[in-house]
Design a binder for this molecule. Sequence first.
Ligand SMILES: *Cc1c(COP(=O)(O)O)cnc(C)c1O
Length: 430
Amino acid sequence: MSRDASIKAFEEAQSLIPGGVNSPVRAFKSVGGTPLFITEGEGAYLTDIDGNKYIDFVQSWGPLLFGHRDETIEKAVIEAVKHGLSFGAPTLAETELAKLVISFFDSMDKVRFVSSGTEAVMSAIRLARGFTGRDDIVKFTGCYHGHSDSLLVQAGSGAATFGNPSSPGVPADFTKHTLLAEYNNIESVKKCFNDSQTIACVIIEPIAGNMGLVPADKEFLHALRELCDANGTLLIFDEVMSGFRASVNGAESLTGVKPDIVTLGKVIGGGMPVGAFGARAEIMSKLSPEGPVYQAGTLSGNPVAMAAGFAALTKLKQNARVISVLEERAKRLVEGMQEAASACGITMQIDVRGSMFGFFFNEKPVKNFADACNSDAELFAKFHSGMLNEGFYFACSLYETGFISTAITDEMIEETIKASAKVLKEISNG
Ligand SMILES: *Cc1c(COP(=O)(O)O)cnc(C)c1O
């Protein structure tokens, strides 16, 4: 399998774009090798500029629940484009998507659209601070909430991959209101509440996907809810990744824990740049222009992006069973891989939530970021490279989650398991 064209393209890109990429996780830094330059996606497959085809388990890092070039979404986008790309004025498309998004989440009366997950979370934090009149926030080590200043503290995946958890360029003054707790460890959260009486919100990925896939324990989330209630603190579920992926109706439907604010992204745009945050009316009414908390965006609620999101979520609403079908497929995949690993004397930890799957080369179960960091990174890099050579495109970092789309068939899953057995055997034979 030749990658000459990608290697050449990457060299040129590096001379023009820092690291050759417009988002660090794409750079293959932690697994070595060259990122593939993509020309095309079709259903389950990606094609690179050397003409190689791969089964795609990255799905643009989550958004493509229905695979590449889904017919319904593509049609909706083309239809929207014909009416103009952007107006900076209200459209019916925004109301329609708002109605649809709110219908999925019990905790949401109103929603605001933005253009990325980063923006959604940044704005949700501002809203929580404005609503409570408090400054401090609690986040968890290994959870990623976008790249805004006050959240770029011990932030998993991209940051973890580069061993650079807090970035230069973020003044210490900007993060002094960010308290850190350990995922799945309620005592560490209690300590934060002891240290500060002015915690505006606790933000968590209820199903963490940015330190590999590490779902929060139900009891932990319930305890978190109680702590927040006892202290007048808002609970934010960052479901930018898990929303419409782990379940149809959000983590609250899986855990019975109701958040105050939910942030969304990825799937909500069907492949176009859309983010959103929503809450009950009492909280959302604090947002400008209804209330005093400022938030804005020139391209927010963009009609083409709204059309893509509406098509994707309508399709999900009409086929809600799809998530459990994908969960079965994801389970079969990681169980098959685990068996193959075990046959080679390699221990693999696995987990699945809906269409999200995770695996760690790790002797022990992974409950938090420290556990995830104890995984065998060298083995992961070899596995990643071996699978790529066999035509399977997995996320290029052990701190990422894998995604199944509806375009990936049972046969493809079996092919993937077979390839993983071959690759793991080659690795263990040295
Ligand atoms: C991807 C992600 C974000 C950031 O979204 P962008 O669209 O990349 O800005 C925030 N939170 C979580 C949980 C994410 O997975």
